[in-house]
Design a protein around this ligand. Structure first.
Ligand SMILES: Cc1cc2nc3c(=O)[nH]c(=O)nc-3n(C[C@H](O)[C@H](O)[C@H](O)COP(=O)(O)OP(=O)(O)OC[C@H]3O[C@@H](n4cnc5c(N)ncnc54)[C@H](O)[C@@H]3O)c2cc1C
Ligand code: SF4
Length: 799
């Protein structure tokens, strides 16, 4: 029997998945031809966010290699656009003059990004975020320009913004609604999200409508309807998508918002089907892959003539792919008159969970901070489970069982591809799978957005026990396969002295590195060669480059040094005069016993520092920050030691020391611990004739009690042991690893062993002295350099 001619328009995720399903059902029944406008094989569009964020590369996001098309006898025309469909003759025509006949035609033309029709939208430097080309445009722009504006605070906009931050740009996000991701999150979760992203360096303009993109040939900024304006050298529009229906419409196929299809993915024209983002099913157009893959399954069965129920619509779930931010939502997001909610807000852990219940059934969920329950909630909501079932399943999870062990076989692990726990476990057992990659190849789990990789790994552990060796070797970023320890060892062994050299010699996969490895390499080089290494300021995070913390509204905060939290009348008068002169928005006492001047314009920073005449408090740096002290023996009736004097000595000694992450200290003069040494990186507590030194505490999101390192008698010994601990941490922790994680990871006993060894302690102290010997006070250093003043602090148009 002659093979049927099957033609696919659109070589994207939905169309190719439908073809894969067809090949599984009837491998040899069709002559398949695929036309794809983009010049690549089918790639994972979702992973473009990760490419931009520097976690992966374009060459690694291909889903079906060229060879796959060949192996399956598929004729692929990449870079060729179908321009016309003749539905009577059953022929399609392309922009390269090709005519191809079909028996079955699948339209999978996806969507086009929606570009706001603003004056200036056609300028150089304005882009969407939809395909490889857009991604490359942004990466290129980041090499030559500094300021990016992302219009749209939805999922795509925030992922783009995170990517641009990673590329070293300063990023403003402009959003029309009063909170972020309003279609996927409620107000509470969005606020937590905004706070987290602000701490990562994003700057938000909410309830703002852009009225114009300014500039001559290239964009230079944005104007808002309310009269404000901001500068920008790159504008990314991430305001939504429009189903790509023009071809179908011009060819007489019924369209509404998308190409109208029934449950069998059939259009109104015989033998023409539509699937993916271009299709409209029961008045719904989807923009996530999970429903598109479900549509593909139904379509494959239809084309292969199998009996099936058809596609009935999907319950959606969303996960944001921004490192350090866990957000999940599914189903109903906001309360209605007939919903009840289960809400848990854990302020310590910074986690939020809301589950909505309607007539005793789970109907929606929003998770922030801890999204482990996401897949379980999605399955329960999909099957219309009762709230009781959820509560019971939670109890099972609380009994010490792992999350995956407590899941039923039907529960979905991979939301994008609809792969259940049962499917994965039987594939592991029956096909002898041993790695996440093998599970991905066999079942598709984790093949799309990749957020379920950890669950797949847990399932491997659960099923294989000791046989499964998780790949724990973690490279410092996607630019290299080398771990932190391997890179540091190579730097020492090969005598590498600057970042570019490290990248070249160690065969980095990217020419320029990324925002993860660049600051890390700069730190490691400075740690290995404290006296020789010339700080590569351009690879530092923006706050460190500018020596001030950027605030929500684009202004900066200035925190002068106040050793041990002690000040005097003269300094206070100077601070007050500066605050008046520069119209400082707010004067605030910080938790570290200092004074913060908030709302300083960037161009005023150098003058503010000059007028203050005080050293920088380093409130923005990965370095020793403050030493908080209690009043101590001199004034407090419980005090047994001079805590203030001790704190001042510590702060003066370690001032400006570069460390893998920020380091905070506290010194108290009795166990009442008013300076909170129990939650500091280094906490010192004075007792009668004794000083206790604690390390590895944290009072932030990962609350951790500091552990006792040593008890000593003199202030000199406190300085000596603290120096040994900090130097050992500097030499062995990963960049951006707080002491709390580091001590937890290596164990306090190990650190004690090192610092209690007299010889090692003396060597660590000697290396610490070398590191401290090169300190230059940063504010006065900037004031001495005309070029830095011009390059970094020149006046820009502010809001
Ligand atoms: C940056 C980014 C992040 C995302 N993150 C997620 C996520 O985390 N989770 C999730 O579920 N989804 C995510 N998505 C959405 C997901 O990628 C899309 O839903 C999915 O790719 C749509 O598949 P499709 O095949 O319908 O369309 P597409 O993948 O757009 O494929 C359509 C293809 O058809 C081609 N084409 C159009 N017209 C013609 C023609 N006339 N002739 C020939 N070819 C034509 C197009 O060029 C395109 O290559 C993300 C999207 C982006 C851009
Ligand atoms: S820690 Fe002790 S000595 Fe210091 S202020 Fe508090 S009570 Fe007084």
């Amino acid at each position: 029997m002659a093979k049927k001619k099957l033609v696919l328009i659109g070589n994207g995720m939905a169309g190719i998945r439908a073809i894969e399903e067809i090949l599984q059902l009837l491998p040899d029944q069709f002559d398949i031809t695929v036309f794809g406008k983009e010049p690549y094989p089918n790639y994972n569009r979702i992973q473009l966010s990760k490419v931009l964020q520097g976690d992966t590369e374009i060459k690694d996001i291909t889903l079906n290699e060229w060879q796959w098309y060949e192996d399956n006898g598929i004729l692929l025309y990449p870079g060729e656009t179908v321009t016309k469909i003749d539905k009577q003759k059953q022929v399609v025509y392309t922009d390269k003059g090709k005519e191809t006949a079909y028996d079955h035609l699948i339209i999978a033309t996806g969507s086009n990004p929606f570009m706001l029709p603003l004056p200036g939208a056609d300028k150089e430097g304005v882009t969407a975020f939809r395909d490889i080309e857009d991604c490359e445009k942004m990466i290129d722009a980041s090499k030559n320009y500094k300021r990016a504006a992302v219009i749209g605070g939805g999922l795509l906009g925030l992922e783009a913004a995170r990517g641009l931050l990673n590329l070293g740009m300063e990023v403003d996000v402009i959003h029309i609604a009063d909170y972020l991701m309003e279609r996927q999150l409620d107000h509470a979760a969005a606020e937590l999200l905004q706070k987290e992203l602000e701490s990562q360096g994003m700057n938000f303009y909410l309830e703002k409508q852009t009225s114009e993109i300014t500039g001559k040939k290239r964009v230079t900024g944005l104007k808002f309807k309310d009269g404000g304006a901001i500068p920008a050298d790159l504008v990314v529009m991430a305001v939504g998508i429009k189903p790509n229906i023009a071809l179908a419409q011009e060819s007489g196929v019924e369209v509404n918002r998308g190409i109208v299809v029934n449950d069998h993915m059939e259009t109104n024209i015989p033998n023409i089907y539509a699937v993916g983002e271009c299709a409209e099913h029961r008045e719904m157009v989807y923009g996530l892959v999970a429903p598109l893959y479900e549509q593909g399954q139904a379509l494959a069965k239809q084309i292969c003539g199998m009996n099936h129920q058809g596609y009935k619509g999907s319950v959606l779930s969303t996960q944001l792919k921004v490192s350090g931010v866990d957000v999940f939502s599914t189903g109903l997001i906001n309360e209605t008159a007939d919903t009840k909610s289960i809400k848990v807000f854990d302020e310590w852990q910074n986690t939020y969970k809301k589950i909505l219940v309607q007539n005793d059934k789970l109907t929606g969920a929003v998770l922030f901070g801890d999204t482990k329950e996401g897949t379980k909630l999605l399955s329960l909501i999909k099957k219309g489970a009762n709230v009781q079932e959820y509560l019971e399943s939670q109890q099972a999870g609380d009994d010490g069982e792992s999350v995956v062990a407590a899941m039923s076989d039907e529960e979905i692990i991979c939301g994008c591809n609809g792969v259940s726990k049962g499917t994965i476990v039987s594939a592991i057992k029956n096909d002898g799978l041993l790695t996440v990659e093998q599970v991905k190849g066999k079942t598709n789990a984790s093949r799309s957005c990749g957020t379920c990789k950890n669950l797949v790994s847990d399932l491997l552990t659960d099923t294989l026990g000791d046989e499964y060796e998780a790949d724990t070797k973690e490279s410092i970023c996607a630019c290299t396969d080398l771990t932190r320890d391997e890179v540091v060892a190579e730097i020492k062994e090969k005598g590498l002295t600057y970042s570019k050299e490290v990248m070249n010699v160690l065969e980095w996969k990217t020419e320029e590195g990324c925002s993860k490895c660049k600051p890390a390499l700069n730190y490691y080089l400075g740690m290995v060669y404290p006296q020789e290494h010339e700080d590569e300021r351009e690879s530092r995070f923006v706050n460190e480059r500018l020596h001030a913390n950027i605030q929500k509204d684009g202004t900066y905060s200035v925190v002068p040094r106040m050793y041990g939290g002690v000040t005097n009348a003269e300094d206070l008068r100077t601070i007050a005069d500066v605050a008046d002169k520069y119209d400082v928005g707010m004067i605030k006492l910080t938790g570290g016993q200092r004074i913060d001047l908030l709302g300083v314009k960037k161009e005023d920073l150098p003058d503010v520092w000059k007028d203050l005449g005080m050293p920088s408090g380093y409130a923005y740096g990965k370095s020793v920050r403050t030493v908080k002290t209690c009043v101590g023996a001199e004034f407090c009736r419980f005090g047994t030691q001079d805590s203030t004097g001790m704190g001042i000595q510590l702060e003066k000694k370690f001032e400006g020391l570069n460390t893998p992450h920020k380091v905070k200290m506290g010194v108290s003069a009795c166990p009442r611990n008013c300076a909170e040494g129990g939650i500091k990186d280094v906490g010192v507590v004075g007792l009668d004739g004794v000083w206790e030194v604690y390390v590895g505490g944290n009072g932030g999101t990962d609350l951790r009690k500091a552990e006792l390192l040593v008890k000593v008698k003199t202030q000199q010994e406190v300085l000596e042991y603290t120096a040994a601990f900090l130097q050992y941490y500097r030499e062995n922790a990963s960049y951006l690893e707080r002491t709390s994680h580091y001590v937890e990871r290596v164990g306090i006993e190990h650190v004690q062993e090192i610092v209690n060894d007299d010889q090692l302690r003396a060597e660590l102290n000697a290396r610490m002295d070398q590191a401290l010997s090169v300190y230059q006070e940063p504010w006065s250093h900037v004031l001495e350099s005309e070029t830095t003043l011009k390059d970094l602090y020149q006046k820009v148009t502010a809001k």
